[in-house]
Design a protein around this ligand. Structure first.
Ligand code: AFD
Ligand code: MN
Ligand code: MN
Length: 396
């Protein structure tokens, strides 16, 4: 690989950090059940340990996304423990995720619930999440709503929109000056007739109405098969409304498959749009790159390392696009040469350069192999197998 390309890869990897989700290390499943993993994390300490291990191997994941209900069962009272565990495991608290979808009161929604007392309870939960973030020094409050309805006529869509505007604005007013709120959209599931924040346009309008520190969160799995996700990303970039990503891949719906496992070229094109924007505008976008996965079948730790390595590889490929030449070809309408700029970069094997980058940073050249040789999985299995087995629900 020519030195100039090597430098581009090194620069891209130096600047690329990706947040790992606490929920990606615990046993989860589908609505059809769970396949328990003996080494899965069973508490916040083990999640922090797993996240710290992934970061120590990859050098790219200094923060962990936290879910308030699952990681702070006592709410704010659990902040000191979270701070201690993060410091102990060499990881920092990242985005804070309120849980507005599991409590029984949210049966007909949270911010969109027709009962004012439920909307107030949801607001109180987000206010506490904002306080938790402030105490942990977290920049982002990451908001996803399961709100919607399953049958035509059962919800007043416009009224729910207004309740969301009110509630999101109220939350925005509680943010400190250096905090942001990220509004995530999802076309469907668990609601199957309408979802209140179903697409990027709705999220954009709601974020704009909430205030200047509200941005849009793009979960790459939250799109229909035909949607051009990189075009959405380009528009949000141009509107200064791209807060960040939840990375995973999809074949049919919000399948939470491994990033790049189905369509790596789409992820490359997303990363290209970001790097082209930064090349043109010269400013760093402050994008929150975050993983949103919790694999039911793959080993939790291997799945997380695999995603991080894939994200690094695709970001490094996108860094190889000859953007100056591309700009000329686009201007001249030289279609094949323009397209070839992307195809050349995407088809370049950047793995040797990434291995060199890792070696230059004192990291194992193959984090996955280093993990397998480390004995970490065996230790976690010994320590956690009994606790995980106890989660088994007998269906007899
Ligand atoms: C589910 C939702 C959404 C959310 C995530 C974490 O679909 O992506 O961000 O849970 O709460 O995947
Ligand atoms: Mn998500
Ligand atoms: Mn999702």
């Amino acid at each position: 690989m020519p030195d100039r390309q090597m430098e581009s890869v090194f620069d891209a990897l130096d600047r690329f950090q990706i947040e790992i989700p606490s929920w990606g290390f615990a046993n989860t499943g589908t609505r059809f059940g769970k396949f328990l993993q003996a080494a899965a994390a069973t508490n916040l300490a083990e999640k922090m340990s797993d996240a710290g291990m992934v970061h120590s191997l990859t050098g790219a994941c200094p923060t962990i996304a936290l879910h308030v209900e699952w990681d702070f069962p006592r709410g704010e009272a659990d902040v000191p423990e979270a701070e201690h565990l993060a410091a102990e495991h060499g990881i920092a608290p990242g985005s804070i995720n309120p849980n507005l979808f599991q409590d029984q009161i949210y049966k007909l929604g949270s911010f969109g619930n027709p009962r004012a007392e439920v909307r107030q309870a949801a607001l109180a939960h987000v206010y506490e999440s904002i306080r938790i973030a402030q105490r942990l020094g977290s920049r982002d409050i990451s908001l996803w709503f399961a709100d919607g309805s399953n049958y035509p006529g059962t919800a007043n869509i416009r009224q729910r929109k207004r309740w969301f505007e009110e509630c999101l604005h109220a939350c925005h007013e509680r943010l400190s000056a250096n905090q942001r709120m990220l509004v995530e959209y999802k076309p469907f599931e668990p609601a199957f007739y309408h979802t209140d924040i179903a697409d990027w346009g709705m999220a954009l309008l709601l974020a704009r109405a909430a205030g200047e520190r509200a941005k849009v969160l793009v979960d790459t799995g939250h799109h229909y098969a035909a949607q051009n996700v990189e075009q959405i990303v380009a528009w949000l970039l141009d509107e200064n409304m791209l807060g960040g990503f939840h990375f995973n891949d999809r074949r049919y719906a919000d399948d939470d498959l491994t990033l790049g496992s189905i369509d790596p070229y789409q992820v490359f094109r997303i990363f290209h749009e970001i790097q082209m924007f930064e090349w043109e505008r010269g400013n760093v976008t402050g994008i929150a790159y975050m993983i949103d996965q919790s694999h039911n079948l793959k080993g939790k730790m291997e799945a997380m390392i695999q995603t991080v390595m894939t994200a690094q590889e695709l970001m490094a490929k996108a860094a190889l696009v000859d953007r100056a030449a591309l700009a000329v070809h686009q201007t001249q309408g030289d279609l094949v040469r323009a397209e070839q700029c992307l195809k050349d970069a995407f088809s370049t094997d950047v793995r040797p350069a990434i291995r060199a980058w890792r070696a230059a940073h004192g990291l194992a050249e193959d984090p996955m192999e280093a993990f397998r040789q480390s004995g970490y999985l065996e230790r976690a299995t010994r320590e956690r197998a009994e606790k995980n087995a106890a989660q088994a629900t007998s269906y007899a």
